[in-house]
Design a binder for this molecule. Sequence first.
Ligand code: CTP
Ligand code: CA
Length: 225
Amino acid sequence: AALLQNCQNLRGRRILITAAGTREAIDPVRYIGNRSSGKMGYALAGAAAGRGAEVILISGPANLPAPPGVSITRVETAAQMQAAVLAEFDTVDIVIKAAAVADYRPELVADQKIKKTGNTLTINLVKNPDILFELGQRKKQQILVGFAAETKDLMIHAREKLTKKNLDMIVANDITLPGAGFNIDTNIVKIIHKDGAVEELPQLSKQQVAEILLDKISTLLTKST
Ligand code: CTP
Ligand code: CA
C-alpha cells in the first residue's frame, strides 16, 4: 500500500539531478577525471521520473543510457555543468547533486598535444566554482540535496558540507567500505538532515537508495507546501 501511495508523489514537480564525474581538459587528448560512474544519479533520475516528476538530468560523461522519460543534458566540464544547472535552477522544486565535480582544472589548456620532453611535468590547477555552494546562496523554496563521498571522518565532513552549502539533506557515504562507492550497484549511506537527524541505511542497491531518498524529499515537500 505504501508503494502504491508513493507511485506518483512527485507529479507536477520539477527536479534537477546532476550525475557522473566532470572532466577537465589538459590538452586535446588528456583530461583530469574521477571514478564516478553516474549510477547513483541515473538511478535517482529514473526513480523520480517513475514517480511522475519532470526530471532534468545534467550528466558528465557516463556509459549509461538516459532513463525513460528523463530529459538529459550532457556536459563535460565543471564550468559547463555550472552553466547548465544555473539555467534551470529558478524553475525547479528540487536539486540533487550526485555529480562528482572536479574541484580544480588546469589553468591553461594546451591547444596542441603536450609532447613527452622533460622527466617531470607540472600542471598548474585552479579552483573550479562550487556549484552546490552557489545554489545554497541563491536558494528560495528549492529543496537542496548534496552528496559527500569520504574516505575518513565521514560524519564530520558531511555535516560541515550540509551547513556550509545550506542544504536540506546530505547523503554521506564512506567509499572505503566494501559495498559502497564508485562504479558498483550498491551503496551504504547515511542521510543527514538539516535539523541534525541522521538515518543510517544498510547496504542497498542504488535503486533502493534512490527510492528512499525520494521518499524523504517528498515528505519535505509536503511539509513546505
Ligand atoms: N559540488 C559542487 N561543485 C563543486 C564541488 C562539489 O556542486 N565544485 C557538490 C557535489 O556535487 C556534492 C557536494 O558538493 O553534492 C559535495 O562534494 P564534495 O566533493 O564531497 O565536497 P567539496 O565541497 O568539493 O569538498 P572536498 O572535495 O574537499 O571534500
Ligand atoms: Ca570535491
